[in-house]
Design a protein around this ligand. Sequence first.
Ligand code: SAM
Length: 276
Amino acid sequence: MSTIDDLPPLSAVVRQFDLAPKKSLGQNFLFDLNLTAKIARAAGDLTGQDVLEIGPGPGGLTRAMLASGARKVIAIERDPRCITALEQIAAHYPNRLTIIEGDALTFDPRPHFETPPKIIANLPYNVGTELLVGWLTTEWPPWWHSLTLMFQREVAERIVAAPGTKAYGRLSVLAGWRTEASILFDIPPEAFTPPPKVTSSVVSLIPRTAPGDVPLAALERITAAAFGQRRKMLRRSLAPLGGLDLLARAGIEQTKRAEEIDIDGFLNLARASESP
Ligand code: SAM
């Protein structure tokens, strides 16, 4: 029996259901229930809270969240092999765990929630950034309450990066505009089965009341062009989008490069590009 519930240890679950990890699905499993409990705690008090989990796998994080008092967990898993293992957990916590076999990139979980859920996940690395961008570019205020997500350390650094740093880019602007983003702690490769090549980090993103008058499509076009040629001055990289005229209307010096522009600067550029 495990430390947090009366279910079998995760290594036994993986053997019982023959869940040899698949690289193609980004499967690096966490077997240490103390560690999954730490990730669940990082999302704050879960008592009475609804949670969306992406990629529960054999269910380590799922069990930690249910043991921490989550009212309802909706878990979306693409690998059909994991579903029977997860059904054991659902039986242990009656009416609190709904398992959905599907692809989180296309499945819309919103109808499953009456109040905004906390999204908590050890994300599959191959689709983690795409899922995050989807959650950051949804309607605002968002349909979710907060994000507590595990990424490769390098991606986590890009999410929280400040202007003037190498990691600062499109993801930093999007995350910093709409959320308060911070790295909470790292998890070393050896904590996973199989161990990935790199360190992972748990990131917290809390939605902020973002300025509503920023055209999202324009912001994405501008940051793509600016960071796509980050060594060039903006008067060159933004030439197809208005160049000098656009910079003047946004009040930005023409000799600046993308990484010197703070988030407010990019918001001004997006507004200026849409104004007549
Ligand atoms: N939560 C488990 C843990 O912490 O041990 C597993 C995490 S593992 C890094 C990522 C999980 O996401 C795998 O179980 C994988 O099958 C699942 N997955 C991969 N792509 C997915 C997708 N597009 N939609 C839903 N689940 C996916």
